[in-house]
Design a protein around this ligand. Structure first.
Ligand code: FAD
Length: 470
C-alpha cells in the first residue's frame, strides 16, 4: 500500500452541519471502549470507522486482556496481583524500556476498565487460569467465554448500539482541522461516493491503530518484518503517525511491535502459544530446536523467520493437543487440515523432512528437570503419538506511535500536550519498548482498552471544562 493522504489543515472553525463533543477515529476495542465510557459520563460522541462493519484488528485477535485486581480475578481467588506487580511484569518483558508513566497508567486503569465494561455494559469476563502466558507472574488474562476477538467486538458493538452511540461507517478520516493554537476544531472524512464531509468537535481521539497494514511503512520502520505475513487489519494504514508527522507531534518506539511465531501456514490462523508454554516445542526442517520458546511468542516470529524457508513446526503430544483444542482458532486450523498426526519418531521425521536420528536427539534432550542448552527446563519429554503443525512468523500489530502523556493527550516535539487531541490503542506509542521482544502478551488490547478508558475520562474533563468556561 502506498502512503495514504493524511493531512492537517488550519482553520479557526469548521463549517459543519454536525458538531459533537468528542469525535473518535476508529471503531475497534479502543474507540468503542472510549465511546462507552463517554456515554456513561453523559458526553456525546461519534465514532468514525472506515469499514462498512467495524472489526479492526480487535476482531482478528484472540481477545485476551491482562488486568490485575478485577472482580473476576478476585472471585477466582487470585489475591496477590496488583497494578504494581503487573507494571513490573510489563517492564521485565521490555527490559525496562517501556514508557514508565504509561505503564503505570495502564496497569492502574485496566482493572477498573474491565469492571466497568462488565458492570455497566454486560461484558461477562472469564479468567484464563489454565496456564501462564510468557512473562505474566500470575493469572490475570481475561477473555469472553468464546475466547475470540470477534466475540469481543460483537459484545462492544452491542453495547454501543444499546447506549445509542452513533457509529458512522464507511467514513475514512483523512484530514484533521486545527486552529492557530493547535486546537482541533473538526475532521474531514471521505464517503464511498468520493465526497468529503466535515464534522466539528471539541476533542478528538485517534483510535485508528498503527501501521501494520501499510507495507511501505513496515518496510522502512520494521525491516525484519518486511516480507512477513501481516495477521492484523489491513485498514490500519498508519493514519495516526502520518497526521502526527504533519502536526510536528512526537513519535515513540517505532521499532516496537507484536510478532507471532505460531502463524499456521498455509491456512493462515493463530495457534495458541499455550501449547509451547506447557511443553510443546518448535523445530526447524532439520529437526532441531532453535530458541527457548517460553521467552515469548512475539520474538519467536523473528526466530522462525530466520529458519530455512521461514518455516517452523510446532510439535506436541496428546495432552497438549487437548489444550490446543480449547482454542477456537486452533480448531479452525485443524478443520482446515493443519494438524499432522505422527505415530513414531520416524513418521514425524518424514513429516518435517528431517533425519530421524537428528530428531531423536532433539527429543531425547527434552528430559524432565534437566535444563536444555538454551536454558529451557521441561517438566517432561514428549511421547508418541506426536502432532505437528507447520507455522511461520507473522506481524500482528505495531506498537510504535504518537507519544502521549499518561492522560492520552498527544505530545508535541517539546513534550507539551496538544490541547484537545488524544491518541490511544495502537495509534499511540505502546508499553513494549522499541523492539519485538518487549511485547508482553496482551499489551495490544491492554493499550486499546485501558487507553480508551483513560482517553474518555480526559476528553470528558476537557469538554466539561470548556462548557464550564463558556
Ligand atoms: C491474530 C491476532 C491476535 C491478537 N491477539 C491479541 C490478544 O489476544 N490480546 C491482545 O492484547 N492483543 C492481541 N492482538 C493485538 C490486538 O488485536 C490489537 O492490539 C488491538 O486490537 C488494537 O485495538 P485498536 O482499537 O487500537 O485497533 P483496531 O481494533 O485495529 O481498530 C482500529 C480501527 O480504526 C479504523 N481506521 C483506521 N484508520 C482509519 C481512518 N483513517 N479513518 C477511519 N477509520 C480508520 C480501522 O478500520 C479499525 O476498525 C492480536 C492481533 C492479531 C492480529
Amino acid at each position: 500500500m502506498s502512503a495514504p493522504a493524511r493531512t492537517v489543515r488550519r482553520a479557526a472553525q469548521v463549517e459543519a452541519d454536525v458538531h459533537v463533543a468528542v469525535a473518535i477515529v476508529g471503531g475497534g476495542a479502543c474507540g468503542l471502549t472510549a465511546a462507552l465510557m463517554l456515554a456513561d459520563a453523559g458526553i456525546d460522541c461519534v465514532v468514525l470507522e472506515r469499514d462498512a462493519l467495524p472489526s479492526g484488528s480487535t476482531a482478528l485477535s484472540s481477545g485476551f486482556i491482562p488486568a490485575p485486581g478485577t472482580r473476576v480475578q478476585r472471585a477466582h481467588g487470585v489475591a496477590d496481583d496488583s497494578a504494581a506487580r503487573f507494571a513490573a511484569d510489563i517492564q521485565a518483558k521490555a527490559h525496562g524500556r517501556a514508557a514508565a508513566a504509561l505503564v503505570d497508567a495502564y496497569a492502574h486503569a485496566i482493572g477498573p476498565a474491565l469492571d466497568a465494561l462488565q458492570a455497566r455494559h454486560g461484558l461477562g469476563w472469564m479468567l484464563l487460569d489454565g496456564f501462564l502466558y510468557p512473562g505474566h507472574s500470575v493469572h490475570r488474562m481475561h477473555a469472553l467465554p468464546q475466547k475470540t476477538g470477534a466475540a469481543l467486538m460483537a459484545a462492544l458493538q452491542s453495547a454501543v448500539e444499546a447506549a445509542g452511540i452513533p457509529v458512522l461507517t464507511q467514513a475514512v478520516v483523512d484530514t484533521l482541522v486545527l486552529d492557530a493554537h493547535d486546537r482541533v476544531v473538526g475532521i474531514d472524512y471521505l464517503r464511498p461516493d468520493g465526497q468529503h464531509e466535515t464534522l466539528g468537535c471539541d476533542a478528538l481521539l485517534l483510535a485508528c491503530n498503527g501501521f501494520g497494514g501499510n507495507t511501505e511503512m513496515v518496510r522502512t520502520l520494521l525491516p525484519e518484518m518486511a516480507e512477513a505475513t501481516f495477521g492484523g487489519h489491513v485498514g490500519n494504514d498508519g493514519s495516526a503517525i502520518l497526521w502526527g508527522e504533519s502536526l510536528g507531534a512526537r513519535l515513540r518506539d517505532l521499532g516496537g511491535y507484536q510478532g507471532h511465531g505460531s502463524w499456521v501456514t498455509p491456512q493462515g490462523a493463530l495457534m495458541s502459544w499455550a501449547v509451547m508454554m506447557e511443553g510443546g516445542v518448535q523445530l526447524n526442517c532439520d529437526g532441531r530446536r532453535f530458541h527457548d520458546e517460553t521467552l515469548g511468542y512475539s520474538e519467536a516470529a523473528v526466530h522462525v523467520l530466520a529458519q530455512p524457508g521461514g518455516i517452523g513446526w510446532n510439535v506436541f503430544d496428546t495432552p497438549l493437543l487437548a489444550l490446543a483444542r480449547g482454542f477456537p482458532d486452533f480448531c479452525e486450523a485443524e478443520a482446515a487440515g493443519a494438524l499432522r498426526r505422527c505415530d513414531s519418531v520416524a513418521a514425524l521425521a518424514d513429516c518435517i523432512g528431517c533425519e530421524a536420528a537428528v530428531l531423536q536427539g532433539t527429543l531425547d534432550a527434552m528430559r524432565g528437570g534437566v535444563p536444555a542448552a538454551d536454558g529451557r527446563v521441561f517438566a517432561r519429554g514428549l511421547g508418541a503419538p506426536y502432532f505437528a503443525v507447520k507455522v511461520t512468523g507473522a506481524l500482528f500489530h505495531t506498537q510504535g506511535g504518537l507519544d502521549t502523556a499518561p492522560d492520552m493527550r498527544v505530545l508535541r516535539q517539546d513534550g507539551t500536550p496538544l490541547p484537545n487531541l488524544l491518541a490511544a490503542g495502537g495509534a499511540a506509542g505502546g508499553v513494549s519498548g522499541d523492539a519485538v521482544w518487549g511485547y508482553l502478551s496482551g499489551n495490544g488490547l491492554l493499550s486499546a482498552v485501558a487507553g480508551g478508558y483513560i482517553a474518555a475520562h480526559t476528553a470528558a474533563a476537557l469538554v466539561q471544562h470548556k462548557e464550564a468556561s463558556a
